[in-house]
Design a protein around this ligand. Structure first.
Ligand code: ADP
Ligand code: DP6
Ligand code: CO
Length: 351
């Protein structure tokens, strides 16, 4: 009995314009478009193998060595869409093995903290969808596959591309066109770097999915964010990337991180993702930029206390030097684990 399998790796992406809010839970359509940068797979990545065999009794997902429940509607939506595309291929070519009728075994491993605000759901679902698409030999392009990954986890649609990526919210009426597209390849701005400061690798109290649902339901400020703030910021940020304008890109990135955490705080009851160390990092970066007289470093925080700092390679010694100094010398920063400070290159994704 044959076992068919395919393995891929997928990268993490960190949003510089945040997705936070769903307008349709089943299709996982966002309340706003978002922009992200894909990080190097040399440091953070998901490795997933998908196998199919007529001998498998049920679909199974092993995540970091543990059998996970596959009941979630999100994973089911991904598997259902992928199987449908495979069965369409099978009906066109009867020489093809009927893989769409076999159960799947998915084995996945993240080499970084899961559910800690470092985008594990993004790399995780991008890898899951891409591994099965490869196993099924699907002809669909990345944007088409991104529509499937989106149903697993919104941020996952952006991890199917390298470099600078936009997730377009799509048509308000049906949302069939809500997908990820490339803004610019990594070669466009090869001197842009990212450092991740792992403040805590604990599992977060409020998962992204439930956090954003609470915000949509209860925050007044959120309406202002999605109607007035983000639409304009989306165009400006795209332009700043195309112009390689770090000053503008950095300012918009920091403002959007702050705006996202503000709507979390405006939720009722409030959601706190930043801790004291996160706030000290924010202050330090602003102080550095003030001293320099221009923006040379920009922080952003996802749904967790861990910071991602974007900077240009030319300023690496200054930015990382300062961070190292503070992490090593200032009292009260002891919780920040400097050994996990990693300097990352941003590059394309070619699993
Ligand atoms: P994060 O900030 O890490 O993205 P989320 O709360 O958005 O945290 O999502 C975490 C969830 O994503 C996990 O509990 C798990 O269900 C799912 N996930 C993470 N990694 C993988 C993976 N490699 N394969 C499948 N699902 C994954
Ligand atoms: C703060 O993509 O994890 O990282 O679609 O419910 O799985 P689900 O949420 P998820 O949310 C990510 C939120 C964020 C911002 C971003 O990545 O754009
Ligand atoms: Co996530």
């Amino acid at each position: 009995m044959s076992v068919y399998s395919a393995s891929v790796t997928a990268p993490v992406n960190i949003a510089t314009l945040k997705y936070w809010g769903k307008r349709d839970k089943e299709l996982n359509l966002p309340t706003n478009s978002s922009i992200s940068v894909t990080l190097s797979q040399k440091d953070l990545r998901t490795l997933t193998t998908a196998s199919a065999s007529s001998t498998f009794k049920q679909d199974e997902l092993y995540l970091n060595g543990k059998l996970e429940s596959l009941e979630s509607a999100r994973t089911q939506a991904c598997l259902g869409d992928l199987r449908k595309l495979r069965s369409e291929l099978e009906s066109q070519d009867d020489k093809l093995e009927k893989l769409s009728q076999f159960k799947l075994r998915i084995v996945s491993e993240n080499n970084f903290p899961t559910a800690a605000g470092l985008a594990s759901s993004a790399a995780g679902f991008a890898a899951l969808v891409y591994a099965i698409a490869k196993l099924y030999e699907l002809p669909q392009d990345m944007s088409e596959l991104s529509k499937i990954a989106r149903k697993g986890s919104g941020s996952a649609c952006r991890s199917l591309f390298g470099g600078f990526v936009a997730w377009e919210m799509g048509d308000l009426e049906n949302g069939q066109d809500s997908k990820a597209v490339e803004v610019a390849p990594v070669e466009h701005w090869p001197t842009l770097k990212a450092a991740i400061l792992v403040v805590s690798d604990d599992k977060k109290d409020t998962p992204s999915t439930s956090g954003m649902q609470a915000t949509v339901k209860t925050s007044d400020l959120f309406q202002h964010r999605i109607k007035e703030v983000v639409p304009q910021r989306f165009d400006e940020m795209k332009q700043s990337i195309l112009n390689k304008d770090f000053n503008k890109f950095g300012e918009l990135t920091m403002r959007d991180s702050n705006s996202f955490h503000a709507v979390c705080l405006d939720s009722y009851p409030p959601i706190f993702y930043l801790n004291d160390t996160s706030k000290k990092i924010i202050k330090l970066i602003h102080k550095l930029n003030e001293t320099e007289g221009e923006i040379i470093a920009a922080y952003t925080f996802d749904a967790g206390p861990n910071a991602v700092i974007y900077y240009d390679e030319a300023n690496e010694a200054k930015v990382l030097g300062l961070i190292h100094t503070y992490f090593n010398q200032v009292d009260g920063w002891s919780k920040a684990d400097t050994s996990k400070l990693s300097k990352l290159e941003i590059e394309g994704t070619d699993p």
